[in-house]
Design a protein. Structure first.
Ligand SMILES: Nc1ncnc2c1ncn2[C@@H]1O[C@H](COP(=O)(O)OP(=O)(O)OP(=O)(O)O)[C@@H](O)[C@H]1O
Length: 238
């Protein structure tokens, strides 16, 4: 078997389960009036693929991300993550799968402001069950990977927006997730810094990591290998 790359990405091989499979997923919010935020969505993301999800406001992007991130459940339909049928899992099991198999990057970075860059990257490894003696080497390696090896002792407030998002990416990949889920990762960044984050995502994709990026930015969406557009809760490959 191929050794995990420096980022901890898993490499897809022949016969590998899809990273993500949604089958006829509907998510309804009871009203009145009832809202069907997702309507019979089917989506397969192969291990190692790079997918963007676009769509106008209210089209269901956040609902989709919440389901993919095991923060919410489909009302109807099935979600398999790495072959695991997630509807059969208890809340504790879902939390464990979330911590071990998913990495999250958000628009607003969500770093702990009173903790160093290194501490920010270390924390999720605690929840992911990373062996204690592996945590710091992996955190430093992930920070090197995003070009911030010289900033480990900084507090996030002393970093630029682009650097903060790089810390968030390092935090997300240090646990060696199966899938990186990013929600408007460049929404708070200027064009140049956005380009840097996009290059980083492409590098991670090159290492074999599966990426799903939700974005309003058509230029960001085009950088992915595949793009799905949500419109009124329905998904269409574009
Ligand atoms: N908890 C909820 N209760 C009721 N309706 C909801 C809830 N969450 C989302 N919706 C509705 O579901 C639809 C899809 O919302 P969602 O937040 O997924 O859209 P979005 O594409 O992420 O929008 P935006 O780009 O503005 O964030 C909207 O009509 C929204 O009002």
């Amino acid at each position: 078997m191929t050794a995990p790359a420096a980022t901890g990405a898993r490499h897809a091989g022949p016969g590998t389960e899809p990273a993500i499979e949604l089958r006829d997923v509907t998510r309804s919010f009871p009203g009145p009036p009832e809202v069907q935020a997702l309507k019979g969505v089917n989506l397969t993301v192969a291990a190692g693929d790079y997918l963007s999800i676009v769509g106008p406001s209210g089209s269901g992007k956040s609902t989709m991300l919440n389901i993919l991130g095991l923060l919410d459940r489909p009302t109807v339909g099935e979600y398999r993550l790495g072959g695991i049928l997630t509807s059969t899992l208890s809340e504790d099991q879902r939390a464990a799968v979330r911590a071990r198999q998913l990495g999250f990057v958000f628009q607003a970075f969500h770093l702990m402001s009173r903790r160093t860059v290194l501490d920010n990257v270390l924390l999720p490894m605690l929840y992911a069950g990373t062996p204690r003696d592996e945590r710091e080497p992996r955190a430093r390696e992930a920070l090197e990977r995003v070009g911030l090896g010289h900033r480990v002792a900084f507090l996030p407030g002393r970093l630029s927006g682009g650097e903060r998002q790089r810390v968030a990416v390092a935090r997300a990949v240090a646990t060696r997730p199966r899938v990186l889920l990013a929600d408007e990762p460049t929404g708070n960044l200027d064009q140049t810094t956005t380009g840097g984050i996009m290059e980083l995502f492409e590098d991670l994709h090159g290492d074999g990591l599966t990426l799903v990026v939700i974005t309003h930015d058509a230029a960001v969406a085009r950088r992915a290998r595949r793009c799905v557009r949500l419109a009124d809760g329905r998904a269409e490959e574009v």
